[in-house]
Ligand binder design. Structure first.
Ligand SMILES: Cc1ncc(COP(=O)(O)O)c(C=O)c1O
Length: 407
């Protein structure tokens, strides 16, 4: 049966998204990676254009995607084991590379165990399925990533068992905890480590302390979960992420291999019992093929690099370039949100000007993301710049010079 009637309805729905300003723009296609030359870092060519672009919209903070050691590791794993696992994990789809990556990432974030997923998105959804029972109450930050919001929805908790606190507002977190019903057995407090639209971070030390005060009220306590997808690898003195930066230890850490580590895939790191519950109950882990051995081998290599002197050098370079960019914005009198993370928002605070500036940068070979209403509240229109370790001093200088010329 043809989908003519469905197509017509869907086209109408997509039209409504466009009218509301919520439709995604056309996807650009990267056709070529151009390695660093002279004093400049890598460039990219897009389909339909001869121009070379610098990416200031990539999450690859340590710029490891093109690292020869990662490519070699992926290549060797593929030659030894092939390109696909042939089955899900519990039906003999578990290869040595999956087990090795789980061990390696658990050690990296200092937890007893870890499970890897195809993405951080499916990790959050899997976690919710694994640790929720009928008497679980979830509490989250207002600005949590979509994957956490979706995870809370698919865990099928009734809406009274849910609380949302104002962004990074500890009094409001306490209000949410005070409102949890006496009949609840476990409480989960979940939040982004780094808020990816703003580059600011959760005060995890304060959150953990507050949750500890409420611990005794519930049979299974108050469990803290950080999704530190933008922090792990890129934040803190050793790239251990936001919790380490805040000097604390939340109970469960969710992360991705697809940002600072430059590869793909997600993970949950926690106690042995939580990780075994994930293996037994997380549908997004159980009923889907795992990452390729190539991804796993490359991710292990990325973690090894992070722990090496070369990795620490990269992190130091990332910090320097981020500082240079932030100082450049401040020197032009442009508004940002303070903080050391390589996500650097430029607060434009006007829709038309945001679109104009994104286009100006694009026309001059710079890829960035503009965030306008309804993605952000009116008045908070922003351009998000993301610095990475492959950006050079000359790259950052040239972007600041472009901003200077923009009227
Ligand atoms: C907090 C957070 N969680 C999860 C994700 C998704 O990561 P992945 O691409 O590994 O699914 C993102 C990325 O956008 C994120 O910012």
């Amino acid at each position: 049966m043809a989908t003519d009637k469905l197509d017509a309805s869907l086209e109408k729905e997509i039209g409504e998204l466009k009218d509301e300003g919520r439709a995604k723009s056309r996807e650009r296609i990267i056709e070529a990676y151009i390695p660093p030359r002279g004093e400049f870092g890598p460039r990219y060519r897009l389909a339909g254009s001869d121009k070379e672009f610098i990416r200031l919209n990539s999450n690859s903070y340590l710029s490891l995607s093109n690292h020869p050691d990662l490519i070699r590791a992926a290549d060797e794993a593929t030659r030894d084991f092939g390109v696909g696992p042939g089955a899900v994990r519990f039906i003999d789809g578990t290869f040595a590379h999956h087990a090795a990556l789980e061990k390696r990432v658990a050690r990296f974030v200092d937890k007893p165990a870890a499970k890897i997923f195809n993405s951080a998105y499916t990790s959050n959804c899997g976690l919710a399925l694994a640790i929720s029972n009928k008497a679980t109450h979830w509490i989250g930050d207002q600005l949590n990533h979509n994957s956490i919001i979706r995870a809370m929805r698919i865990s099928n908790i009734p809406s009274p068992n849910k609380g949302i606190f104002k962004h990074n507002d500890m009094d409001d977190l306490k209000r949410c905890l005070d409102e949890v019903g006496e009949d609840m057995e476990r409480v989960v407090v979940i939040f982004d480590g780094i808020f990816s639209m703003r580059g600011d971070y959760a005060p995890i030390d304060k959150i953990v302390d507050i949750c500890r005060d409420y611990e005794g009220r519930f049979r299974d306590g108050v469990v803290t979960v950080v999704d530190d997808s933008h922090g792990i690898g890129a934040y803190g003195d050793r790239g251990r992420g936001t919790a380490d930066y805040c000097g604390t230890t939340p109970d469960i850490i969710v992360g991705t291999f697809g940002k600072a580590f430059g590869v793909n895939g997600g993970f949950i790191a926690a106690s042995n019992a939580v990780v075994e519950a994930v293996r037994q109950k997380a549908d997004t882990y159980i009923y889907t093929n795992p990452l390729s051995v190539a991804d796993c081998a490359a991710a292990v290599k990325a973690l090894d690099i992070c722990d090496s002197d070369a990795g620490l050098d990269r992190l130091a370079r990332l910090k320097q370039r981020t500082r240079q960019f932030r100082q450049g914005l401040a020197g032009l009198g442009l508004e940002s949100i303070a903080g050391p993370h390589p996500v650097v928002p430029l607060m434009v605070r006007e829709t038309a000007k945001t679109h104009e500036l994104v286009k100006y940068l694009f026309d001059n070979g710079v890829l960035v993301v503009g965030l306008t209403f309804p993605v952000v509240p009116k008045g908070d229109e922003t351009i998000r710049f993301q610095i990475n370790a492959a950006h050079t001093e000359a790259d950052i200088h040239s972007v600041i010079e472009l901003l200077k010329k923009f009227k």
